[in-house]
Ligand binder design. Structure first.
Ligand SMILES: Cc1cc2nc3c(=O)[nH]c(=O)nc-3n(C[C@H](O)[C@H](O)[C@H](O)COP(=O)(O)OP(=O)(O)OC[C@H]3O[C@@H](n4cnc5c(N)ncnc54)[C@H](O)[C@@H]3O)c2cc1C
Length: 160
């Protein structure tokens, strides 16, 4: 599968599927059986006295021995920044920290909006915030285009 996907097998599959499965089986061969539970850190791992992998899987490890297999590309992403630009809550217009007023014609929505959450956030609030401030920004940007009010011919940096 790694070859078909043009992936460097040595990097991706440390010890191969057989090695991974053997490590899981070894960890499960002890007296205390661990029940696989995707909802918690179940402790079902590849690490035991008998066998351990250089790159461990600490929880929810199952043997990989039954096809068909599927490859999934895994990448990194920003879930929340807990920071960002200050905006007018009514218009989503960006507030300048120099003047304390909104910068004409500059709006912000999504993960760039700051001052909404600290330390943690309720589930689903990222996309909700994006939709709410995106709508406000869209409405007010369209108003500028339609009416010409607040339209500026100067560069953004000169308006900050
Ligand atoms: C793993 C994960 C799970 C999440 N789960 C949830 C969830 O369950 N519920 C929820 O509400 N929120 C969730 N979020 C948060 C939510 O995805 C983000 O809050 C939301 O996607 C932010 O939207 P955005 O448009 O601000 O930014 P993004 O979605 O990051 O969009 C920014 C876009 O700008 C592009 N870009 C960057 N630089 C440039 C450039 N110079 N020129 C042109 N384009 C550029 C990027 O390619 C990207 O497409 C999750 C986030 C992650 C990472």
């Amino acid at each position: 599968m790694a070859a078909e996907l043009s992936i460097d097998c040595d990097v991706v599959v440390v010890g191969g599927c057989a090695g991974f499965s053997a490590a899981v089986s070894a960890a499960q061969s002890g007296a205390k059986k661990v029940k696989w539970d995707p909802a918690i850190r179940d402790g079902l791992s590849t690490q035991s006295k008998q066998s351990s992998l250089k790159v461990p899987k600490s929880n929810r490890a199952l043997t990989i021995d039954e096809g068909p297999f599927m490859a999934v590309k895994v990448g990194c992403g920003v879930t929340f920044t807990f920071g960002g630009l200050e905006v007018d809550p009514n218009t989503a217009g960006v507030i300048s920290n120099l003047t304390g007023r909104t910068v004409p014609g500059v709006f912000c929505a999504g993960e760039m909006v700051g001052a909404l959450f600290y330390e943690n956030y309720p589930g689903g609030s990222g996309l909700t915030s994006g939709a709410v401030f995106g709508r406000k920004a869209g409405i007010h940007a369209a108003e500028i285009v339609k009416t010409g009010a607040g339209q500026s011919k100067t560069s953004v940096s000169s308006r900050l």
